[in-house]
Design a protein around this ligand. Structure first.
Ligand code: AMP
Ligand code: ZN
Length: 114
């Protein structure tokens, strides 16, 4: 997708503040952090929303979470705790339509989320 911000990051056309990357996923700091640690983990492949996941993406979704685990370790929040979440479409407040897993930590999280 040429007009997708996160595809441009995955392709290296825009350089985010990268925390972790491998062949399938990229993790970078959110530009508008909602916690002391706020990292987004994206697949390099363009997938618009959680609704667009297919059976063939099963391993890739696992890779997103393995990357989140690594981000938490590197950022020093693994033991204290952190939250991972994906917003899907309007009611959840999704604003960027390239699948991304938020990794939030460094402060206590409220529940339920707003
Ligand atoms: P969501 O609301 O779940 O779609 O999350 C999109 C996230 O992308 C928001 O937390 C934004 O702050 C973040 N974001 C938007 N543009 C950028 C950017 N250029 N670099 C890093 N994060 C971004
Ligand atoms: Zn994209």
């Amino acid at each position: 997708m040429t007009d997708c911000l996160f595809c441009k990051m995955a392709a290296g056309e825009i350089q985010p503040d990268v925390v972790y990357e491998d062949e399938q996923v990229l993790a970078f700091r959110d530009i508008n952090p909602q916690a002391p640690v706020h990292v987004l983990v994206i697949p390099r492949e363009h997938i618009a929303t959680l609704n667009d996941l297919e059976e063939r993406h099963a391993e890739l979704v696992g890779r997103l979470y393995l990357a989140a685990r690594e981000v938490a370790r590197r950022e020093g929040i693994a033991e204290r705790g952190y939250r991972t979440l994906m917003n899907c479409n309007a009611d959840a407040g999704q604003t960027v339509f390239h699948l991304h897993l938020h990794v939030l930590g460094g402060r206590p999280m409220g529940w339920p989320p707003g």
